[in-house]
Design a protein around this ligand. Structure first.
Ligand SMILES: NC(=O)c1ccc[n+]([C@@H]2O[C@H](COP(=O)([O-])OP(=O)(O)OC[C@H]3O[C@@H](n4cnc5c(N)ncnc54)[C@H](O)[C@@H]3O)[C@@H](O)[C@H]2O)c1
Ligand SMILES: [Zn+2]
Length: 360
């Protein structure tokens, strides 16, 4: 399949998302058409470095003077300390206001490089080249960038839209199976919250998706980006309840991630079990039929994802959920499905119901 693209419409901050298969060599032309600068700084990590180097070659061929920074992999990179080290690199170059920051990697690199781009010299242009499924369908679209505070994940950040997102699904060939499956949880989420037809497509194409057939992967990445873009266009800075829809399954997921000490599960795995809990909660509230949950469970299982929490203490998980940023005045708020393809935000969910769905 040839390159496909879609536009995120945000007035002056609008940008294109190109979804290609095996076309990283074209990223230089894509960048050149959107940048006034001559210098580019690629930020990548050791696991994505082959892709970083391919981007380097392509940007140089398009006329950029290119520097590349290869960080160690992992969430610990999302810190003010590593942002500080990247500011040092930019000062040394030196970077100017037109220097293009190019993030080549997963959500960690995107969030970190994006944060540096948002803050250095009050904002440098940013190009996202996501290389994990999660980054392709979620973190590289929408402009949220940031680093962690030692006591609060993603607490220090900004909204900084990229000038473009260039996706090559062939970069997923090197992604470990577990990371790939984890990203699929967010893909399933888009079907449940916004698009029943897309959910059906996933059900019918499990084999092609698991084999990472480029046509299927290109389709699910493009559709996921389109669905997220539509939400971001309506609520760029998360000021209404619209963008909160994207948090389906996430109130539970955060509680699972904290209960497991962030080591037990990958984010998508926690989201998978979180979506099932939220769906069960919707059943208990009489919002949906049992079959809506069962279909999610079947699909998530087909993608080798967990569908219930491990045996973590319920009190601890409830305490986390009460502190969730979506909780208002100690009342838990949940995004719950009202049918396949639609969700709404509910306040005042009784604690007894929440406890009940944590049960296996
Ligand atoms: N900004 C947002 O809107 C947003 C949304 C969702 C998640 N996030 C953030 O994204 C981060 C998670 O992103 P992630 O799941 O991509 O994690 P990640 O960036 O840590 O990538 C996962 C692993 O895959 C490796 N990797 C990346 N590309 C690879 C490739 N092509 N081949 C082989 N290995 C590769 C990485 O080095 C890492 O070890 C979290 O920090 C989360 O907070 C941000
Ligand atoms: Zn998520």
């Amino acid at each position: 399949m040839a390159e496909q693209s879609l536009r995120v419409n945000l007035g002056q901050r609008s940008y294109d998302i190109a979804v290609t298969a095996d076309a990283l060599r074209d990223v230089g032309v894509f960048a050149h058409a959107r940048s006034q600068g001559k210098n580019a700084v690629i930020i990548t990590d050791e696991n994505a470095r082959v892709h970083g180097q391919a981007v380097h070659t392509s940007l140089a061929a398009a006329g950029f003077r290119v520097a590349i920074v290869i960080r160690v992999a992992g969430e610990s990179q999302k810190s003010l300390e590593s942002a500080g080290q990247l500011y040092d690199v930019l000062i040394d170059l030196p970077a100017d206001r037109r220097t293009l920051v190019v993030a080549v990697g997963g959500g960690v690199i995107g969030d970190l490089a994006g944060f540096v781009a948002a803050t250095y010299a009050r904002g440098l242009p940013l190009l996202m080249v996501p290389t994990t499924l999660l980054a392709m369908v979620d973190s590289s679209v929408g402009g949220k960038v940031g680093v962690n505070h030692p006591r609060a994940k993603n607490m220090i950040g900004a909204f900084h839209q990229p000038i473009g997102v260039f996706i090559d699904v062939a970069t997923l060939d090197t992604l470990p199976e577990r990371e790939f499956h984890s990203g699929l949880a967010e893909v399933v989420k888009y079907g449940v919250i916004l698009d029943a037809g897309f959910f059906e497509y996933l059900e019918k194409n499990v084999d092609a998706i698991l084999k990472r057939e480029p046509t299927a992967i290109q389709h699910i990445v493009l559709r996921s980006c389109a669905l997220k873009a539509k939400i971001v266009e309506q609520d760029e800075r998360e000021e209404t309840d619209i963008r909160a829809k994207l948090n389906y399954g996430h109130t539970f997921a955060h509680a699972f991630e904290i209960a497991g000490g962030y080591g037990a599960w990958l984010h998508g795995e926690a989201v998978s079990a979180g979506m099932v809990c939220a769906s069960r909660l919707a059943e208990r509230r009489g919002l949906i039929e049992r079959e809506v949950s069962e279909r999610q469970i079947r699909l998530l299982k087909a993608f080798s994802l967990p569908t219930s929490p491990l045996r973590w203490p319920h009190d601890e998980m409830l305490a986390t959920m009460r502190k969730d940023k979506k909780a208002v005045g100690g009342q838990m708020r949940f995004v719950l499905p009202t049918r396949l393809g639609d969700v709404a935000l509910f306040d005042n969910v009784p604690e007894a119901d929440v406890r009940a769905v944590l049960q296996h």
